[in-house]
Design a protein around this ligand. Structure first.
Ligand code: ZN
Length: 310
């Protein structure tokens, strides 16, 4: 018996454009920008957004847990909200943590990493291709020689020789032997056959130059017409982007809530994994991030039960 936590690895495919906003408005040319990695500027989905959505969706599927165990923790008598139950047998509070002010708090046994971009779809004259780079593949423990900034390595399905355009950018095809098929079994073969490898530096540029940027309009609910000065611009990761994240799950038997080991008679570690995956299942229909009502945010997790649940 060991207290080594499980690291469960998940791949996710964007079924819609994904907008996870920074909360900042009016930054440069875009009103509503998305969260980025510091340093590389590559967009990501913060782990807090993933675990927040997973918590809500898991609570919706657990008898008697929604909305109180789904939300923010502190009770609000004005709104009739009881807050987190904080019980050692509650799969939601044990998995995602709880905070009850002076009555204590608990970190939660499932810790979500940020979801990082691995394959980013771009139009080329050879059809759609999915761009990646050595830094993105390092997370998946896939080694790869970095091409020069002006070069690209392409997979066998990309019909290009000499040069390949990625959006407006033209790069030299250094080789067509970029093969990932056996190394990322959970990602659709069609994406892997059309994968292209660029340098770490170019990856950030290509992604940021090819994000979805759309202009939309706010509707005034009172009149049903466009609100005054209501035009706004937002950016999003495009549909068919592939992201990767990890969920680290600790074994409840090594913890105590009050004087009890959590989930002792309610499934233990398998229950934690199952609760996480119940939440992740609904990403596909209910989405993550903002503007879900505008058809954004649906994300299919490609390898549920990676954690070996049931
Ligand atoms: Zn609870």
């Amino acid at each position: 018996m060991t207290c080594q936590p499980d690291v469960n690895k998940y791949y996710a495919l964007a079924l819609d454009p994904i907008h996870v906003g920074t909360g900042g408005m009016r930054l440069g040319r875009v009103d509503m920008s998305i969260v980025r990695e510091p340093g590389t500027n590559v967009p990501k989905i913060p782990g807090t957004s993933l675990s927040g959505a997973a918590r809500t969706y898991a609570a919706m599927q657990e008898e008697g847990k929604f909305p109180h165990c789904a939300g923010q923790g502190q009770a609000d008598t004005g709104r009739g909200y009881q807050g987190h139950c904080g019980r050692p047998d509650c799969p939601i509070c044990v998995t995602f943590g709880f905070s009850k002010g002076d009555q204590g708090s608990f970190q939660g046994l499932a810790q979500f990493s940020d979801a990082r971009l691995v394959f980013f779809p771009v139009h080329s004259l050879a059809g759609p291709v999915w761009v990646t780079c050595p830094d993105a593949l390092k997370d998946l423990e896939i080694p790869g020689a970095e091409p020069e900034d002006h070069q690209v390595r392409v997979a066998s399905g990309v019909k290009a020789s000499g040069r390949l355009n990625l959006g407006w950018l033209m790069l030299d095809v250094a080789s067509n032997d970029f093969a990932l098929q056996d190394q990322v079994p959970n990602v659709p073969q069609d994406i892997l056959k059309h994968a292209v490898l660029v340098s770490n530096k170019m990856f950030g540029h290509i992604v940021n130059d090819n994000l979805e940027v759309r202009t939309s309009v706010s509707i005034d609910p009172a009149t049903g017409a466009a609100a005054e000065r209501a035009l706004f611009t937002y950016e999003a990761l495009p549909r068919a982007s592939v992201l990767y994240f990890e969920v680290v799950v600790s074994d409840p038997q090594f913890y105590k809530i009050g004087d009890k080991a959590p989930l002792q008679n309610n499934g233990g570690k398998q229950k934690v994994i199952k609760t996480v995956e119940k939440g992740l299942t609904l990403f596909e229909s209910l989405g993550v991030g903002g503007m879900n009502t505008r058809g954004m945010g649906r994300l299919r997790v490609l390898n549920l039960s990676a954690g070996g649940a049931e």
